[in-house]
Design a protein around this ligand. Sequence first.
Ligand code: SF4
Ligand code: SF4
Length: 116
Amino acid sequence: MPKPGFMVSEVYRNLFRKRATILYPFKERELVHLPEGFRGRIVFHRDKCIGCRICFMVCPARAIEMVKDEKGLRPVFHIYRCIYCGQCAENCPRKAIEMSDIFENIAFDKKTLVVK
Ligand code: SF4
Ligand code: SF4
């Protein structure tokens, strides 16, 4: 158990230290520090996609659905299922998937958490 003298000095030291917490999400959004390599919400470059289905096959969370459109099969990303592993982006041969730094994936309706 720490000695009382040590505890008092710790209290004094912390009284005058700069605050470690930030008032996110109400203020200080710019102080949110994202580490290098952070994986956030998927950005899909549809024009680069060739419909190869690799992203669909490597996704461990089954967050990707292949849907037919006028160009053939294209992925639809169900963000509410995504675990941000980055496998789809890493394996896409056309670099059509990007892991962005968008981390605010909040919605009242999960159907809006979809990237096409
Ligand atoms: S980041 Fe991972 S979990 Fe999310 S869609 Fe890509 S492969 Fe699936
Ligand atoms: S891996 Fe890339 S090119 Fe292949 S279907 Fe997925 S997004 Fe399209």
